[in-house]
Ligand binder design. Sequence first.
Ligand code: BG6
Length: 646
Amino acid sequence: MPAPMLLKALPGSSKYTDCPAEPCLMVIFGASGDLTKRLLMPALFNLHCDNLLGENFAILGIAMDNLDSNAFQEHMSADIRKFNTRKSFDEGAWNRFVSKLHYTQGNFGDQAAYQRLGEKMKALGSQYNTQGNVLFYMATPPSVFDLVSSNLDRAGIKTSSGWVRIIFEKPFGHDLHSAIELNRLLLKYWKEEQIYRIDHYLGKETVQNLLAFRFANGIFEPLWNKDRIDHIQFSVTETVGVENRGKYYETSGVLRDMIQNHMFQMLAYLCMEPPSSFKPDAIRNQKAEVLDAVRIMTPETVKTHSLRGQYGPGKRSDGTAAAGYRQELDVSTTSSTETFAAIKLFIDNWRWEGVPIYLRSGKSLWKRGTEIVVQFKQAPEILTRGTNASPGEPNRLIFHIQPDQGIELRVQAKTPGPALATQKVNMRFDYADSFEASRGTGYEVLLYSCMIGDATLFSRTDLVETAWRIAQPMLDAWAAEPAQDFPNYPVGGWGPKAAYDLIENDGRRWVEVIGRNVLNKIPLFQKCSEVFLHNLAINLRPDIYSQGDLIIRHGEIGKEMFIISRGSVEVLNEAGKVMATLADGAFFGELSLLNSIPRTATIRALTPCDVFILDKADFDRVLKLHPDFAENLKEMANKRYPGRES
Ligand code: BG6
């Protein structure tokens, strides 16, 4: 059955056409800052090159720096060479674009500056025939939103003969109380339909595709509920630390910085009810409803359903040493700001009742990746009933948001041969294989949408407050009880062990999307074929052990082998004597799997350890399908345990 034609239900909207945006004068507050040069200018230039800015468009920057329009144009011309995202830089196009940039110097608290601004706006409005349309862009901290809005009002330039819209950058408040206060202030000066709050995650193609995927395809909607879905995971892992943003980050932490905004937006897209159309408010109403149905934690459930972490000194994946959070610039040496958090939420509505939704995000982790995993319920064990074989894994639908961009459905398939055995395989769609789209900043679609008056991708007052309402109990509980165990994961690690416990205590586990680049760093897998690495990547299971944990016990029946990604372990014989120590890149536990004999040694974590685990069923399959690897492994095992032939 085809999906309802939601995309077509856009009367008169130019959202899915290639028309240039409406004429307008864009006034950027904070035009000499980082955001303007890194993101706004490259995005506007991309729109210009793609003919999505009409002729009747100009930019007027205002900031404290003492520049004139010529100097501003020179600065931007130098910066665009660093930050542009085009495959090839078109000098002619830039020269045409840069002539539309203008500047006026001004202090945001100075009345006279607004008079000058008003005069310039008037002159440019008639020079470019912008039809009285004005787009204000606040590339400034929220602390000046009030000041600028009130001064625009006083100078009489908050209204115009055309439309007037204003874009704000996050953070939209620091907690529920301040968000309500900020919204009150904004609504004092602007109407809701004039306010465009940017969440740059909503500018990502792969995030927008969540909606298209769910509502333009007929096959998923009937499965999209508590009867078919076991749980959902959202992971945003970053390899970067706080870099030079310590001052800001000390007042934020990952819950405010990533989860309350970007991750809750993705959650809303994935879990909302189908809207009746793709009109902005139809979508925003459904997003607000689903967030409103998220169960608010109590002080007790904060303890069981959430946890936080902070990175300590460690090594980045290229091996270089890196400082811990407390050693970063502008960070307190006793800081209790969280750089990692994992939480479990429930949505109390008919669709999702009882389905856990796990979210985690952190800085300075082992890999960069944003993924959403929808895990379906396990199929009945018909194939394996009455046999020793373990049942296959449940189906998983994985949305790769970044850096990989694609969608993957993991299913069981029969392995070739006479026996009826199955293996996990994937059906995968990669953006890069299907589309030629050039790389953008993510701001293009946001700016363009605002210029055509489409607020779909922007947060509304009620959405912002609802998202803070979900975060608030954690903020309160964490502020009342500073963490005692910080730092609790090293730079380059897999996050705190408690994050694994959070989900494993429910009998589930994080699905780590492991790229071939990660596996290539492990000596055992170097020079292995692409097919092998692909098979392995979807079969390896990451886990964390604390210092002193027994990973393997002598005499036990082997159920898995281990590869150390980070950390070291000691090998003990039956009498408890240390025989060897193994570290990053080494593997263990393969012998009892190769020979079907009980474990010949005990292995204990000497330091906190991040390991990849290959379960026996997958191990056997990998050996069968990749005889070269099997030989290699046997050879290495024989070398390590001379006299005992595998
Ligand atoms: C920002 C946060 O909103 O998002 C940063 O303030 C974070 O701390 C960034 O690094 C992540 O964005 P992206 O697009 O790289 O995932």
